[in-house]
Design a protein around this ligand. Structure first.
Ligand SMILES: O=C(O)CCC(=O)C(=O)O
Length: 289
């Protein structure tokens, strides 16, 4: 897999060209090097510190290891955290994701924060995102953005092309791993076939991941099978700011398996119904072609 040019280039239209857009459609995940300027990485680093010190009501520890290390998760913090908010509203990500998806306009869906202290081994199990979401559609783009250098063995991994597989899979119950009630979801036999054992049969799958530096972004479709990360060397920590963006065909859908962030309550309170496009202050449109 070739990455986009590492040279700083503020002409987004040129960088997100037909080749990269076709690659995003085909593989479901692409790396764009140097997409985010250093001043944003600094702002987000500050934002993450504030976030860890003052988690939202959704913030929680996903893993505590034997050495006192933790993996921390939070989401939908952008409206309370000025660093996150400015980044969401002013950085190039809305345009980058809109162009990658080939969409005519883009709404922000939500932010998620994944941090691991030095040496933490917790690996996120392989899964797809869309089955847990309160929206459905092919035109989605999540941006996984490490704020510190990350080795390939510790970066998020993607099963190339799996966003276009026809099968529907029963997703995993994150609550079984994190022991947090908010992560409990039950996918039954009617929700699809058993999830493939990717980890146990890695050689049978085409798995993408990259060594990444702050400023590099991994952009991926909400239907792609992904997981991994963690597995940190003893002297390495990991801080990831993740954002999800919705393009043309995305519509609201409430699901019994909506894991936190299950947006059905806030969407209903905001007057949004299944079948609607995302809109309003919670899900602002931030780019149009
Ligand atoms: O960074 C991680 O461990 C998990 C990331 C993830 O699953 C996601 O961004 O959807």
């Amino acid at each position: 897999m070739s990455a986009a040019s590492p040279t700083a280039n503020h002409n987004i239209e040129q960088r997100i060209d037909a080749v990269l857009t076709a690659q995003y459609w085909r593989d479901g995940a692409v790396l764009i090097r140097g997409a985010v300027e250093p001043h944003w990485i600094e702002r987000l680093g500050h934002g993450v510190e504030q976030n860890i010190a003052n988690p939202s009501e959704r913030g929680r520890i996903w893993d505590r290891d034997d050495h006192g290390g933790v993996m921390f998760f939070d989401c939908q913090v952008w409206q309370q955290n000025k660093d996150y908010r400015d980044f969401v509203e002013q950085s190039a990500l809305a345009e980058i994701t809109g162009r990658l998806m080939g969409s005519s306009r883009v709404n922000f869906f939500y932010d998620a924060i994944f941090t691991r202290t030095r040496g933490n081994q917790f690996r996120t199990p392989f899964h797809q995102d869309e089955p847990y979401w309160s929206v459905q559609g092919f035109d989605t783009c999540s941006v996984w953005m490490p704020l510190v250098p990350v080795e390939k063995k510790s970066a998020l991994e993607f099963v190339r092309g799996s966003h276009r597989w026809p099968q529907k899979f029963r997703q995993i119950n994150f609550g079984g791993l994190t022991q947090d009630q908010r992560d409990q979801v039950v996918f039954s036999e009617t929700d699809g076939e058993p999830f493939p054992d990717i980890e146990g049969n890695r050689e049978q799958y085409d798995i993408l991941s990259w060594d990444m530096q702050p400023g590099d972004i991994a952009c991926f479709n909400g239907r792609i099978i992904h997981g991994g990360s963690g597995n940190l060397a003893p002297d390495r920590d990991l801080k990831v700011f993740n954002t999800q963006w919705a393009g043309d065909d995305v519509r609201i859908k409430f699901r019994p398996q909506g894991m936190d962030p299950d947006h059905s309550a806030v969407m209903t309170a905001a007057g949004l119904q299944p079948g609607d496009r995302l809109s309003g202050e919670l899900y602002p449109q931030l780019w149009s072609r």
